[in-house]
Structures are given as structure tokens and as C-alpha cells.
Design a protein around this ligand. Sequence first.
Ligand code: FAD
Length: 396
Amino acid sequence: MRPVTIIGAGLAGYSVAREFRRLDKSAPLTIITADDGGFYSKPMLSNAFAQNKAAAQLVTQTAEQMAVQLNARIMIGTRVDGIDSANKAIDSSAGKFEYDKLVIAVGAQPIRLTIDGDAADQVLSVNHVTDYAQFRSRISSSARVAILGAGLIGCEFADDLAGAGHAVTLIDPNPLPLAALAAPALSRGLQQALEARGINLRLGTTAARIDHAAEKLRITLADGKTIEADIVLSAVGLRPELGLAKSAQLATGRGILVNAFGQASAPDIYALGDCAEYSTASGSTQILPYIAPMMAAARAIARTLTGQPTPIEFKPAPVIVKTPCYPLALVPPPLHAIGTGCWHAETENHRTICRFYDAQGVMTGFGVAPQEAAVRQLLLAGLGMARPEKLLDTLN
Ligand code: FAD
């Protein structure tokens, strides 16, 4: 019965705590978090506006309720400043503590673009329920919103804010929205749907400067054109939080490097969620900032913590893009395959299905819109299978 300490009370920290408690009802469990420890589902942040949800409505359980449910000690408002992995100790705003087994689940931080202009510091990001509360407090019902980044989160916010009646401009350097994740045919479909929703897409350009202009903000694009907005939201991506890992001299890449068991490079330290960089079956490492891989990691790490070493089993799970104007589901192909493989698109009965085949002709990703469970299942079953022509080649 070795005590477990978890740093971070996001979905990753709470998921590993919950899975651990399923297996071990009594080992001492401590969760240390810089925030107030309220439990909320982060994916809700980008589809709560159209439902007119206040931040407080998104928090379903307080830290006190979570502490009872998990039979855990939860230290809220406590920032961990460093980890001494040699002496198994952590340094925090509430003092120094020793740990036995440690799980790092500190998430990621929004990337801040370097933008010129006297209002560049007005740009907001929403990566926590407190950011959502701040965003809501700053936005009036008639506010015009400019969103930087037309990736997954930017497109979801654009659709949601347009649904709430805001005039939205979506700016991205790529020629299409969702360019990094979706097949071009689906990105084009999404572009048309967002435009039909009234969203102004400014693609192939970036925000070069943001200045105050009377009561408004003026965004000057790299192509020289300008846009007026009342509020600017950045959704250009997240960077895993590595400060604590570096203080512990853990191996890091883009994230905290963990092995097949979720174990970092020092004994008795594990990491998962947005801060981790996982080992995948193909031997490469990957940041997987989604709920499904985080849950798989939580289940395996919890077992390993109870003394049953369990490798993380990543199963392909579609990412559901929360854009009601164009319901889309994706299993993005592995990053290493993108340069050498290709997309095949087909449209039937108003549904577009795109399959990604790697250089060996094996299906390793897909996207579908409009998506529904039965089609997702069918496509999931096709993953890992050879392209029909390839099958024929093999048979001959
Ligand atoms: P976080 O939620 O960032 O939690 C980190 C925790 O660590 C916080 O409690 C923080 O206070 C604490 N912490 C950080 N540093 C310290 C420190 N030094 N000391 C103490 N505590 C610290 N994924 C999907 O699969 N589907 C979706 O539809 C989807 N939608 C999304 C929509 C939005 C708007 C966003 C932002 C993400 C979305 N995601 C989605 C991604 C998914 O929500 C995240 O991958 C997941 O919530 C990350 O959880 P986490 O616990 O790793 O990080």
C-alpha cells in the first residue's frame, strides 16, 4: 500500500485518481493542484456559449466533493515549483513534501504568438474553466470576435460563438481550416459550412499586429488588410508544461517522455494527459492531447501504481469535432505517415468519407462528415486493413 501523489486536477489527474481508487480503496492518495480543484469537462469549453452556460454551470463537482468521492486529500491553490527526483521530494507553495509514487498531470499552456501592436496583450486564450469565465465576462452580447487559428479548437469556438449570435472572423495561415488533421475534401466541406453560418474566414494569412482603435481592436493581417473586432481569441495550439519535468531532470521532447507504461525517465514518476509524450506501437513518440488516449493512459498507470505493470493500450478513437454546422469525426493519420501516404475521398448520399492510406497501402486514418456512430464503427473496423487494390495485388 504505497502512497500516491498526483500533481494536477484536470481530467488527466482526476481520471488516474478515479482508476486508482477502483483498484485500491485505501492507499493514501494526495492531489496537489494550482487551481481550485473543481471538476469540469474541458471539451465543454468550446461548445458552451451557444447553450449560454456560465462557467459555474460547467463545474459539476467541487474539490471537497471530489475529495470525498476519491477518498483523497486535495490540496487546492497549491503550485508545485520543483521536483527533486533523487530525494523523492517536491517543493510547493505550501512547503516541501516527500512522495513515494508521483504522477505528473500538469497539462499544457496556450502558445502565445508574437504579434506587434499596442493591443497585442489583449489576446485571450481559453484552456481552463477560469479562462472561460474571464472570456464570458469580457464579451458583450453584440461583440465581434476574431479567432486566431482554424484548427480543432478555433473551428469549434467559431461555430459556437456564431451560434450564440456573434459576428466571427476566423484567421489561419493555412489555405483550409483543420488543415493539420482532416483530409482536404473535409476541410473544404467545413469551410463552406462555416461560411454558410456567416463566419468570415481569412485563410492563408496571419495577424501581424493588433492595435486599439477607439473602443475597438484593429487587427492588421499579414496581407495588409484590416479587421475590426471587440475581442480576440487565440486558438493556435498548446505547448506541454515542462517546467516541473525539467526541474526533475526528466527526459523531455515536446512533452514529458514516457515509456509504454506511462513511466517517465526517473523511478516512480509517471506522466499523462496534455503534458505527456507517449511511446506508440510504431516506436515513435507522440503528443496525444485528447480524452480517449488520456483515459487509456489513466487506466494503465493506475494498474501499474497498484503493482501490476500494465502497458498503455491505445485504441484508435475518433475525435468528434464539435461543429454542429458540419458534424465531423476524425482519426488523424500518424504524423510520420503524412508525408508519404495519401487521402482517398468519396462522397455518397451527401456524406463525405476520406480514408488515409500509408506508403504500404494500409488504412491508418479517416475522416467523415456528417458523422454518425454506425459509420464511425465501420471505418474504425477498416483501420489497419490494406487498400482493396493492394489486397488484389497480394492475391495475385
Ligand atoms: P489540464 O486540464 O490543463 O489540467 C492540468 C492541471 O494541472 C490543472 O488542474 C492545473 O491547475 C494543474 N497544474 C498545472 N501546473 C501545476 C503546478 N505547477 N502545480 C500544481 N498544479 C498544476 N479532447 C477531446 O478528446 N475531445 C474534445 O472534444 C476536446 N475538446 C476540447 C476543447 C477545448 C476548448 C480544449 C482546450 C481542449 C479540448 N480537448 C478535447 C482536449 C482535452 O480536453 C485535453 O486533452 C484534456 O482535458 C487535458 O487534461 P489534462 O488534465 O492533461 O490538462
